[in-house]
Write a protein that binds this ligand. Structure first.
Ligand code: SF4
Length: 331
């Protein structure tokens, strides 16, 4: 891996919520629960998992859009505190899923792109229009877009504007939170290629959050798989898809047979993820894991390096244990 740009250490984000709509009792939801990872300069780290696993909360907490409950974030070599979050938010930008909702509806595109330049003093007043045109060109848009309002653009054009706005402040990291999920397949491919081109030109780093394993594979150098607020597997992209070490990753890939090449047989992911406010004991995946053994419900496995650069939180990451037959259900 290249030199770390972002270094996240034992990050936690816990929320206190009511146990029910009419209840006064409270419970703690551990949306992010002791997560550590790095993103190198010019690297894309993919973050993947089912809906509700905490990946978007993690992305927001890394940018201090949510205050961490505990843990450390180091960025560009320095520890980020609440007081320094402003510096982080300029150098680390977020691109959201819904470009329409994230752009001010009554503001012309030229102003949307000019405001960050003026606010952060990144261009002389006289030079701003030229810089706006350059930003539009950088994302493959013509000068004519500058005078338009967001609703006059297509979804793909709006997402390009969202990317241009993120680039306007010269970030070193972009967090893309389901940034292509709302786009149709051909536009999605164009935006992914654009992000790759920009990364090559500007040596940007990406934290690329998505539930779509195909998109994450295409974009990422390394991938972190999240389950119930924790990273359960972290590995370079190719080996992770060829031979995932964690049963949850195997199950996710089994659901998309065209992606994985795991010769150890498919694992069916059954049931819904448990309530994060009342997680299972031991390994949080054990109630859904067809490879679970007695130790799994008692002792939580640590995220451990089983092979060079390959981490998994499973007691049996290297054991090819056959799935236990599930009891037949009465009909
Ligand atoms: Fe399955 Fe046990 Fe590994 Fe958890 S620790 S993933 S339950 S085999």
């Amino acid at each position: 891996m290249t030199q770390p740009l972002l270094d996240v250490r034992d990050l936690r984000k816990h929320f206190v919520t009511r146990t029910g709509r009419l209840s006064r009792a409270r419970k703690v939801v551990k949306a992010v629960d002791g997560v550590s990872f790095t993103v190198g300069v010019g690297e894309t780290l993919g973050l993947v998992g089912e809906s509700g696993c905490g990946k978007s909360t993690l992305a927001r907490t890394v940018l201090f859009l949510e205050l961490p409950t505990s843990g450390e974030i180091l960025f560009e070599g320095g520890r980020v505190t609440e007081g320094e979050a402003k510096r982080l938010r300029r150098r680390a930008q977020i691109v959201f899923q819904d470009p329409y909702a994230s752009l001010p509806p009554r503001m012309r595109i030229e102003k949307i792109l000019a405001d960050p330049l003026a606010i952060h003093g990144l261009a002389d007043r006289a030079a701003i229009p030229e810089r706006v045109v350059q930003l539009l060109r950088d994302v493959g848009l013509g000068d004519g877009v500058a005078r338009k309002l967001p609703h006059q653009l297509s979804g793909g054009q709006r997402q390009r504007v969202g990317i241009a706005r993120a680039l306007s402040v010269q970030p070193s990291l972009i967090v893309a939170d389901e940034a292509v999920s709302s786009l149709d397949a051909s536009v999605r491919a164009q935006i992914l290629n654009l992000l790759k081109d920009i990364q090559e030109r500007q040596r940007l780093s990406y934290l690329f959050v998505s539930h779509d394993l195909g998109v994450v594979k295409y974009m990422s150098h390394r991938i972190a798989v999240m389950y119930l607020g924790e990273i359960v597997e972290l590995a370079p992209a190719d080996p992770l898809y060829e031979r995932p070490l964690h049963p949850y990753t195997r199950a996710l890939l089994s659901a998309v047979p065209s992606l994985g090449r795991d010769g150890r047989g498919r694992i069916r992911l059954e049931g819904e993820p448990p309530d994060p406010g009342d997680p299972p004991s031991g390994c949080k995946f054990h109630p859904r894991c067809p490879l679970a053994q007695p130790i799994c419900s008692q002792t939580a496995p640590e995220l451990k390096e089983w092979l060079p650069g390959r981490f998994a939180a499973c007691h049996f990451a290297l054991a090819d244990i056959e799935p236990k037959p599930r009891p037949e259900t009465a009909t």
